[in-house]
Write a protein that binds this ligand. Structure first.
Ligand code: ADP
Ligand code: ASP
Ligand code: MG
Length: 816
């Protein structure tokens, strides 16, 4: 036979009750005689507790009571035939009247004892089970209501009573044996003490009722029917990517549920474990799904962990002092004291020097725990052998669980790496000696981020999610969005990466969506947003959203965002930027970015600062990292100037060529911003710094292409006029070059720590002679590439290639 337990949501509505009955009916039709254990309708236990507490404070409860009645009566009306409704109404009404009397008593006395509270709460299971057994009787005649308090015997620890297993098993077997022709519908959660007073088994305890019945009756299986597809790798409400596990051992299920996986009540595993009865967790709302089997052994798996669980809202107490060192019995005294006072200790860690003990408890117990410890260890505190006890609040426990951890080195490394990269501070660590679990205590505020980051780190078969906050919706920003959109499937399938753009801002508006902004519709999201652009607020929102694997992307050319880089990196958020202003500012700032990234274990990527998408920064970094030394760098890193000199030949005049370049969109609005060499200078400066030189912008010597008259012109129009006027100057340069079989090239150079940009005439033997369109070229002469330099060449400007470079940086975030 099997035990089938249905939880709150499974008995919470007309449609779920209909499904439930179908599931039971299928069993019956297969000739089985299952035992059915039921919870209260969803939310009812909380409602009852709330009413009782309100009554004890002198507050009214009638409205809630009416609501409770209505929920049950609605089900009766929908699912029972007319002629069967009245008896059901009568039985239920008797219960509600009793309940009302009890609550009235609490209200009158303004007192709510644990005993009364259990009695009040028991009406949840009694009403639901009574009602469903009546409906079931209509479906398959022999359904029989059982109040479990008649057979489940416990001690008198109201609220969390301990079961007298031997006695209860006897009574259960008796009950089953004397009702051979019936299908029993049993109240979960409730029991009674020796005196016959109602007790309860702890919140979520209906699962436990099922296990006790299963063990007593040697069931072949205990089924826990709930509202998810089994035990999942993490709490699905916190981790969207959590997925159901097909198998777990009792120990793993116990560890996961003990540390917060609410789907099954931890003590449930014990009776099942002792009798080796498999527990199967199934979904009432998707009955065909196989669910999770919990049994003695599970099939070999290559995952180092099975799941991640968490407990929110805990407090920790710290005890510190020399009085503990080498004192045998100190922790014995401490923990017996807590046990005596019924303070449940969730987790303990002790430093190896024995200088300190930290333990986690429910916040409600913290004050009392502190007081009794101070009382117990008064002498030690007076003698300064124990420091004043400190309490820390608003913490959470995150635990990774799995039996494979034992054989797999590096599990804790992976855990701490994921936490560290996301700026999650670990307050305390505990590893069970069983090595089935590693638990860390972190701030509650970081829990969701930590859970998702750790989930991404361990379940690599899934894809990893990067959360991107993007500044700038100009050409590059726009193109990046369309590239991300077009390649989303490929990225996910081939690289295991999902990029969610969760924040966008331009200079006018900003918008956020933690679930990801639709990239084929980002413009509308931004237009429709009510949030005016505010960079300070943008950064604050990004921080407070506290998402895992965050990347801040600067696709602007503005100095304003740069002011925030350091703060962003210090918040453990990676930065990807095509904006050159940051790295080409003062050296100390450049260094501060690098240091902040290193300190916080995040990435600071700026491949597109030099040569757009060409692999220049990366190549230099690889050379340096592999121990090579750069002797010389020569480069043409201005696509605009390349284009201009490539066009400036034969009959062409300089003025027209510059105009053409502007019309083709190759120049800044004021072409002098390119021709002055400032942009080029920034690139050379960044390269020099990456090559290890502490240069400032002023150290880069720039030979101007333009005569003073052109540089000084007041407006862009004046500038063009000046270009025309200086035609002779340019023509002369051109002729000089052409007559020697040479071409004009504006070349940056780094050698012996000195950087310069000069206008040169090079002949066909020079590697830069052949350069077409707006291409960039760079040659690295290094200790290894001495005879023939390493050359990178290709298009070094344009929205497509720049956005592609930003894209590449983005997907490389966290790769190492
Ligand atoms: P029931 O009322 O059926 O007993 P519970 O609410 O007690 O159901 O437990 C089921 C809920 O547990 C799920 O809806 C899910 O939100 C939550 N949960 C938390 N952690 C996990 C996990 N690791 N796997 C599955 N569910 C989990
Ligand atoms: N109804 C009880 C509770 O909500 C028991 C259970 O659902 O398992 O805690
Ligand atoms: Mg439950």
């Amino acid at each position: 036979m099997k035990v089938l337990k249905f939880g709150g949501t499974s008995v919470g509505s007309v449609s779920s009750i209909t499904t439930l009955l179908q599931i039971v009916k299928n069993e019956v039709e297969e000739g089985e005689r299952p035992v059915v254990v039921l919870s209260a309708m969803s939310g009812v236990t909380n409602l009852l507790i709330n009413m009782a507490e309100q009554a004890a404070k002198g507050n009214e409860f009638t409205a809630q009571l009416a609501e409770l009645e209505r929920r049950h009566f609605d089900v009766v009306k929908s699912l029972l035939d007319i002629q069967n409704q009245n008896p059901a109404f009568t039985r239920l009404k008797i219960h509600f009247n009793q309940l009302e009397e009890l609550l009235q008593g609490v209200l009158t006395l303004r007192e709510l004892t644990a005993k009364t509270r259990d009695l009040i709460v028991s009406f949840g299971e009694r009403c639901s089970t009574l009602m469903i057994s009546k409906i079931a009787a209509q479906h398959f005649g022999n359904a029989f209501f059982v109040d479990a308090s008649e057979v489940l015997k416990t001690d008198s620890a109201f609220g969390n009573a301990r079961v007298d297993t031997a006695l209860s098993e006897l009574l259960i077997r008796d009950l089953y044996a004397s009702n051979t022709d019936k299908v029993l519908f049993i109240t979960g959660f409730i029991a009674s003490n020796e005196a016959g007073q109602i007790t309860t088994l702890g919140r979520g305890g209906s699962d436990y009722t099922a296990a006790i019945f299963g063990a007593a009756l040697n069931a072949q299986e205990i089924q826990i029917w709930t509202d998810v597809n089994g035990m999942m790798t993490a709490d699905p409400r916190m981790v969207k990517k959590a997925f159901p596990l097909s198998e777990l051992t009792y120990t793993e299920a116990m560890e996961l549920s003990y540390f917060g996986a609410k789907v099954i009540y931890p003590p449930t595993m014990i009776p099942a474990f002792l009798k080796k009865i498999p527990i199967v967790i199934k979904n009432t709302f998707e009955p065909e799904f196989a669910g999770t089997v919990i049994q003695h052994q599970s099939k070999a798996s290559n995952q180092p962990i099975k799941g991640i669980s968490s407990i929110n809202n805990i407090s920790i107490l710290n005890l510190m002092g020399s009085g503990m060192v080498g004192k045998s019995g100190f922790s014995g005294r401490l923990f017996s004291l807590l046990a005596r006072e019924q303070i449940n200790v969730i987790l303990i860690t002790q430093s190896s020097s024995e200088h300190s003990i930290t333990f986690a408890i429910q916040p409600g117990d913290a004050k009392r725990a502190k007081a009794i410890i101070e009382q117990e260890f008064e002498l030690e505190i007076l003698a300064n052998k124990l420091e004043p006890i400190t309490v820390e609040e608003n913490l959470a426990i995150l635990a990774v669980v799995g039996e494979n951890m034992k054989q797999t080195p590096g599990v804790s490394g992976k855990l701490f790496h994921a936490l560290g990269r996301n700026g999650v501070n670990v307050r305390a660590i505990a590893q069970g000696s069983s090595e089935y679990n590693i638990s860390v205590i972190i701030s509650e505020h970081d829990l969701a981020k930590a859970l998702n980051a750790v989930h991404d780190a361990f379940f690599v078969d899934l894809y990893k999610t990067l959360h991107a906050f993007c500044l700038g919706t100009g050409n590059i920003g726009k193109t990046l969005f369309s590239q991300l959109n077009a390649h989303a499937d490929f990225l996910r399938n081939e690289n295991g990466i999902q990029v969610k753009v969760v924040g966008i801002s331009n200079t006018r508006k900003m918008t956020f969506d933690a679930d990801g902004i639709e990239l084929n519709n980002w413009q509308a999201s931004l237009d429709e947003s009510n949030d005016k652009a505010d960079l300070r607020l943008f950064i604050d929102t990004m921080k407070s959203m506290n998402l895992p694997n965050c990347v801040f992307i600067d696709n602007t050319a503005s100095p304003v965002p740069v002011e925030f880089y350091e703060e962003v990196l210090n918040s453990a958020i990676s930065v990807v930027t095509c904006n050159k202003i940051g790295n080409s500012g003062s050296y100390s700032r450049y260094k501060a970015f690098k240091d902040a990234a290193r300190t916080h274990g995040v990435d600071f990527f700026y491949e597109t600062n030099v040569g757009a998408g060409l692999p220049i920064i990366r190549t230099l970094r690889d050379l340096m990292n592999s121990g090579d030394r750069v002797q010389r760098i020569e480069a043409i890193l201005s696509g605009t100037i390349s284009f201009i000199f490539n066009q400036f030949k034969g009959d062409a005049n300089f003025h027209d060529v510059v105009k053409l370049a502007q019309e083709k969109g190759y120049t800044e609005p004021d072409p002098r911003d390119d021709l002055r060499g400032t942009d080029f200078m920034r690139k050379i400066l960044i390269l020099a710094r990456d090559a290890g030189h502490t240069l400032e912008a002023a150290d880069v010597q720039i030979e101007s292409i333009l005569p003073t008259a052109c540089l000084d012109a007041a407006t862009v129009d004046d500038f063009y006029a000046a270009l025309k006027a200086e035609d002779a100057y340019f023509t002369n340069l051109k002729q000089q070059a052409e007559s020697g079989g040479k071409v004009l090239r504006y070349i940056g150079k780094l050698e012996d720590g000195k950087a310069s940009i000069t206008l040169q005439m090079v002949d066909e033997n020079h590697p830069f002679y052949m350069l077409s369109g707006s291409d960039n070229i760079i040659s690295f002469t290094t200790d290894r590439y001495k005879e023939r330099p390493l050359v990178v060449k290709g298009p070094g400007a344009g929205a497509e290639v720049t956005a592609a470079g930003v894209f590449a940086d983005l997907v490389n975030v966290g790769a190492n």
